[in-house]
Ligand binder design. Structure first.
Ligand code: FHN
Length: 435
């Protein structure tokens, strides 16, 4: 009997000890609510802005060209984005129908785009501009009623205490080992500032963990860091662009340059979790401003990508790289306006929906809200569309845009929509009322 009790206690101990880490994160009510609100928003705009904008060759230019960290830092002395106007940015972004902005507070180059007391290498202390652009942006987001999320790089090609990974090795920093304790404390201090001084923050969006992929045992001490975030703002979501399935403490799963389940860019083969999903994508080809990249996706491509994300139950975080003068590129602003025109008409079929019961198909897919199923037809060379809805009863079908009825036929396998003509719109939306 004693043996049995002992064995049981041992088993219990093992069970408790093993998954202790994985079990330790219990999202609060506020956090769970914030996750649902995040899923409802469906569309955000990513802004990659830092000193790299001045070199106009993208945000990786420091490491790609092995620029010396002390020389690179001199860019700050000339950074004066005279046309920066947070109100104008937020208005242009809001006009697109986006519901949140994700702003790079500190990218891999290591320059802080906000007022921080933990490093002088920041936009207020190191530039003649001297303005806390993050504060201006945060105030404006609040004023215009749009969410603010903050990108925060886990890697730093400037700081001497940042441990070297596979990138940023040629920037001339002296000490590959760095000083993890010092760097970790620095990051947590900055995160505390970000979550204390800028009002409600919708999410902290980490990036860079993959930099230690040749050193898989590297301990980023994420759980403690995530706990700090949740303690400071319980409804702030934690997202980490580590290109794998979510770790304990995370509230969102990110995909980069691919919709969930796809992997054309080589960063997204991971399984899809039950957390809210977000795909980030560039509007041209680069995250940070690149003067030679005018290869902007068309408005049609952007809208279809957004719809494709919604069909897969994911948000789209579409990136723009602001110019060194502080303006958003003109083409980007135009795309935002055109997306907004579309969202004014079709937003109801996107916001607040979840991926519908007919999954993605080459012709498009569905979103769903209550008993409404929205069929998004993106590419169909036919007037008939079969929907595998055998277990559903369709009461009514109509064109969403004008309410005109759509004929349909039922058979054992589902329903066939009989359209008036072969669809040619960016997205022909048919609204089905289900029983
Ligand atoms: O290295 C970054 C890159 O500069 C950019 O910020 C993207 C955005 O998803 N994330 C990293 C690459 O995975």
């Amino acid at each position: 009997m004693q043996m049995k009790t002992k064995a049981l206690s041992l088993l219990l101990l093992c069970c408790l000890a093993l998954p202790l880490k994985a079990q330790s994160y219990q999202p609060t009510e506020e956090n769970l609510k914030a996750r649902q609100e995040f899923r409802d928003k469906k569309f955000g705009i990513f802004l990659h802005w830092g000193l790299y904008a001045m070199l106009a060759t993208g945000e990786w230019t420091m490491t790609n060209n092995d620029l010396n960290y002390k020389e690179y830092a001199k860019l700050a002395g000339g950074f004066y984005p005279s046309k920066f106007d947070a109100a104008k940015w937020v208005a242009a972004i809001k006009a697109s129908g986006a519901k949140y902005i994700t702003f790079t507070t500190r990218h891999h180059e290591g320059f802080s785009m906000f007022d921080t007391k933990y490093s002088d290498y920041n936009i207020v202390d190191a530039t003649p501009f001297k303005r806390d652009v993050l504060k201006e942006l945060a105030d404006e987001c609040q004023k215009q009623g749009i969410g603010l999320h903050l990108y925060y790089s886990h890697i730093d090609w400037y700081r001497e205490d940042a441990v070297w990974g596979r990138t940023g090795r040629g920037t001339g920093r002296p000490n590959p080992e760095g000083d993890w304790d010092s760097y970790y404390t620095f990051m947590n201090n900055q995160l505390t500032e970000l979550l204390t001084n800028y009002g409600p923050i919708g999410a902290i969006w980490f990036d860079g963990l993959w930099d230690q992929d040749q050193n898989p045992d590297f301990d980023w001490e994420l759980e403690e860091q995530y706990a700090l975030i949740h303690k400071l703002q319980p409804s702030c979501l934690v997202a980490n662009n580590h290109h794998s399935t979510p770790f304990p403490g995370e509230d969102v799963q990110i995909f980069e340059r691919d919709l969930p389940g796809e992997n054309t860019a080589g960063l997204s083969g991971q399984d899809i979790s039950s957390l809210p999903l977000e795909t980030c994508q560039t509007m041209n080809g680069m995250w940070g401003y690149k003067i030679t990249d005018q290869n902007y996706k068309s408005t049609k491509e952007l809208i279809q990508y957004l719809v494709g994300a919604a069909v897969k139950d994911a948000n789209l975080l579409m990136n723009i790289g602001p110019q060194p003068d502080g303006e958003l590129p003109e083409v980007a602003v135009q795309r935002l306006a055109e997306m907004g025109e579309w969202m004014k008409v079709y937003g109801e079929t996107i916001y607040g929906t979840r991926g519908g019961c007919v999954g993605p198909h080459p012709w498009g897919g569905t979103t769903q809200k209550g008993n409404k199923l929205y069929v998004h037809i993106l590419d169909l060379q036919d007037k008939a569309l079969f929907l595998p809805l055998a277990d559903k009863k369709v009461k009514k079908a109509s064109y969403f845009v004008d309410g005109k009825p759509v004929k349909f036929q039922k058979n054992q396998a589902g329903y066939t929509l009989l359209l008036n003509e072969v669809p040619t719109d960016i997205d022909t939306v048919i609204e089905l009322e289900l029983n």
